[in-house]
Design a protein around this ligand. Structure first.
Ligand code: ZN
Length: 191
């Protein structure tokens, strides 16, 4: 899987122009049909979309191009998931968050648990990213919980990315900077 921007025309142009590289070997990716069509929930309702696929000219591996508004194997937009995580850091419980977002409580509980299990890894990853983007950045001040610390690090890194790179919504940056695997099972890989 390769995370790409949300502008489909721009992604297509970059793909056809050979500007996208293989995550396995850095070879050049070329168009290779589409992945299966899927339904995902954005902030404004369900969206049906069909991600592009690409094939590496060097290792022949195929990869799905996932727009950065989505996460790997999650049906909801990263902005929706991020809103739930922010509510949790502010003290809300999973049932009330689910009610506000009009989602099943089990879905929200799953996000919160997974994020909590990775929160220290998230905090460390985005603190490193913050310092890479802004070597003069001040320290990330510890908050009330490790989840709040992780969100603080994401927010700081996202703000630095806006200044240094381009205006990108914070949660899309969070998804993209973790290869879409912000809520993937804890793994030995460090993104
Ligand atoms: Zn490759």
């Amino acid at each position: 899987m390769v995370m790409v921007g949300t502008d489909r025309a721009e992604v297509e142009r970059a793909l056809v122009s050979g500007e996208l590289s293989c995550p396995s070997c850095q070879g050049v990716l070329a168009p290779w049909g589409h992945a299966r069509s899927r339904s995902s929930r954005g902030p404004d309702g369900t969206i049906r979309h069909r991600p592009r696929r690409a094939r590496c000219g060097a290792c022949r591996g195929t990869h799905v191009l996932l727009a950065q508004r989505w996460l790997w194997r999650r049906a909801d937009a990263v902005s929706v998931i991020g809103a739930a995580l922010e509510a949790k850091a502010a003290g809300a419980g999973h049932r009330s968050i689910a009610a506000v977002l009009d989602l099943p409580a089990t879905t929200v509980r799953g996000w919160l648990r997974r994020f909590a299990a990775r929160a220290e890894q998230v905090r460390a990853h985005f603190t490193r990213l913050l310092l890479a983007l802004d070597p003069l950045a001040g320290p990330v001040i510890p908050r009330a919980s490790i989840v709040a610390d992780a969100l603080e690090a994401i927010g700081r890194a996202a703000a630095a990315a806006v200044l240094r790179l381009s205006p990108t919504p914070a949660w899309e940056l969070a998804g993209r900077a973790t290869g879409g695997r912000l809520l993937a099972p804890p793994a030995r890989d460090r993104w």
